[in-house]
Write a protein that binds this ligand. Structure first.
Ligand code: 4NP
Length: 147
């Protein structure tokens, strides 16, 4: 799960998807394309919204996406088009590129919608992001569960 800062959207996506899949079968993590928040806790507003839905994300710390993530993960979900492009720029070959998907395309196929960056807005934006990610992660979990 990849966004810009790895403190608002992708920590929520990580926490939500983890809550829907068995821990022993799936390795799920998040990262940011920027280096702005390396080592930081998720944003307080993400922590609060997740907690309202019984998801604890306070174990997470910001980290920056790097090329070796292409070796560690089978699927890389970008939260928006800008981060999608930033991830693709780091790809070494078409195999890397094919791992990168826009998360909202799981709901709205080929529409290329963004999960909006809630950082500069209020708590409502975080609730909206949570709902969008919960719906997308439901679809992702149902697709992956037979594994
Ligand atoms: P995120 O939100 O990409 O969903 O974690 C942001 C967090 C921090 C910044 C931008 C977006 N920032 O500019 O510091």
């Amino acid at each position: 799960m990849v966004c810009l800062g790895n403190i608002c959207r992708s920590p929520l996506a990580e926490g939500i998807l983890k809550s829907k899949l068995p821990k022993d079968k799936f390795y799920i993590d998040s990262a940011g394309t920027s280096n702005y928040h390396i080592g930081d806790l998720p944003d307080n507003r993400s922590i609060k919204i997740a907690k309202e839905f019984d998801i604890d994300i306070t174990n997470q710390r910001g980290r920056q996406f790097s090329t070796n993530d292409f070796d560690k993960f089978d699927i890389i979900y970008a939260m928006d088009n800008s981060n999608f492009k930033n991830i693709i720029r780091l790809a070494r070959n078409s195999e890397d590129e094919q791992k990168v998907k826009l998360i909202m395309n799981e709901i709205y196929k080929n529409q290329n919608f963004d999960v909006p960056d809630p950082y500069t807005g209020g708590i409502e934006g975080f609730k909206n992001v949570f709902m969008m990610l919960d719906e997308a992660c439901d679809i992702i979990a149902k697709k992956l569960l037979p594994i």
